[in-house]
Design a protein around this ligand. Structure first.
Ligand SMILES: *Cc1c(COP(=O)(O)O)cnc(C)c1O
Length: 391
């Protein structure tokens, strides 16, 4: 077996697509040590810096001390706790939904929800840039999946009209696209869904704590309260913990609890994780300045990069994609920046389509303006050195 795998691994290397887990020592929400040097993290999904908030850390530590380190069972057997129930209640209130359910990860939430709700005879309309966990959920559902061009509402409308469906139609989209940072036109999607009796599901992994009033996500951003059937999100990004959630009607949530296999057949999240997410949600509600600081930082950093001719100057999310093209260029630029003390992610196929390898830069509320200004200069200098990004 190893011989065959080695041949395949060599092929990954040849295409500059070989991957390895990276080992940093986290220092705080915005810095990590790599090879002994403190580097600026410009690649974390820790958008609000809450992983290192004193109150959030204390809540996690106290939960571990009081309730132990592991849940010891699944939610439906012995792993359920009042911590989970309390978190679900808080998430439902945060989203303005009847109920919510927590999964072990955002990945499991997508796979579990889509495969529980859709099946043969149904049709799922899925944006071409949706997250891999949505794609895997569609595959597992064994429903027909129709991929529509990215954010293209005329394209979606044409496909809805042209695709016969004996069962239920679903339209599924990322709220904030994870590798591009653009926002789905959810208002238009909801309008089209109404016309074609489709259910709408949005994945707010990068929208929770980021967009909408109080960081309530994409539906709130568009003022669509009560109009999106399934709102899914993660506890692993701005909420500084681990896990995924779905918010919606009481019937939807009860159905998922009974039917979603990645909810049923897995161990409940550890008490410390649940307590951290709950505390992060509390911080988000208590300090409106957090989301504002994130937005201001994102606008500032994008402005600095735009002034250097690197990106378009539009209003956006904290995710900034510097599309470079080939995988080798993205890797070279990330390595160059690493030597300058910046940690950025080189994103390559199959995470993004071939020919669109990129640096994915993410801004946090924990960054200072001075750090962001210095980082933008370093990135512009690296691009000049590599003679790329002349626009
Ligand atoms: C990160 C992400 C997920 C998966 O969430 P995890 O909690 O990391 O498993 C799902 N959807 C999108 C859009 C994501 O970016």
């Amino acid at each position: 077996m190893d011989k065959l795998l080695t041949v395949k691994l060599e092929e990954f290397r040849r295409q500059n697509l070989y991957r390895e887990p990276i080992a940093f020592e986290p220092l705080d929400a915005a810095h990590a040590a790599c090879n002994g040097d403190a580097c600026l993290l410009l690649a974390s999904n820790n958008y609000l810096g809450l992983t290192h908030h004193a109150g959030v850390r204390k809540a996690a530590a106290e939960a571990a001390l009081k309730y132990g380190t592991g849940a010891g069972g699944s939610r439906l057997t012995t792993g359920g706790s009042m911590l989970c129930a309390d978190l679900e209640q808080a998430l439902a209130e945060f989203k303005g939904a009847e109920a919510a359910v927590v999964f072990g990860s955002g990945y499991q939430a997508n796979v579990g929800t889509i495969s529980a709700l859709a099946g043969p005879g149904d049709v799922i309309f899925s944006d071409e840039l949706n997250h891999a966990s949505i794609i895997d959920g569609c595959r597992l559902a064994r429903a027909r999946t129709v991929v529509f061009p990215h954010r293209d509402m005329a394209g979606l409308a044409a496909l809805l009209a042209a695709t016969p469906c004996a069962g239920q139609r679903f339209i599924v989209t990322d709220g904030v696209f994870s590798m591009d940072g653009d926002i789905a036109p959810l208002d238009d999607i909801v309008r089209l869904a109404g016309r074609h009796e489709a259910l709408v599901m949005v994945d707010d992994a990068h929208a929770t704590g980021v967009i909408g009033p109080g960081g309530r996500g994409t539906a709130a951003h568009f003022g669509l309260k009560g109009k999106v059937d399934i709102e899914l999100g993660t506890l692993s990004k701005a909420l500084a913990a681990e896990g995924g959630y779905v918010a919606g009607s009481a019937a939807l949530i009860a159905y998922l609890v009974n039917k979603a296999r990645p909810f049923i057949y897995t161990t409940a999240l550890a008490p410390a994780t649940v307590a951290a997410a709950r505390a992060a949600l509390r911080e988000l509600a208590a300090d409106p300045g957090l989301v504002r600081r994130l937005r201001d930082n994102a606008a500032f950093f994008r402005g600095e990069l735009a002034a250097a001719g690197m990106v378009a100057a539009h209003e956006g999310t904290p995710i900034i994609a510097l599309v470079l093209g080939g995988a080798a260029m993205a890797v070279t630029m990330a390595e160059l920046l690493r030597r300058e003390g910046l940690i950025v992610s080189a994103i390559r196929p199959p995470t993004v389509p071939p020919g669109t390898s990129r640096l994915r830069l993410t801004v946090s509320a924990a960054h200072s303006r001075a750090e962001l200004a210095a980082a933008a200069s370093l990135i512009a200098a690296a691009a000049a050195k590599l003679e790329i990004l002349r626009r």
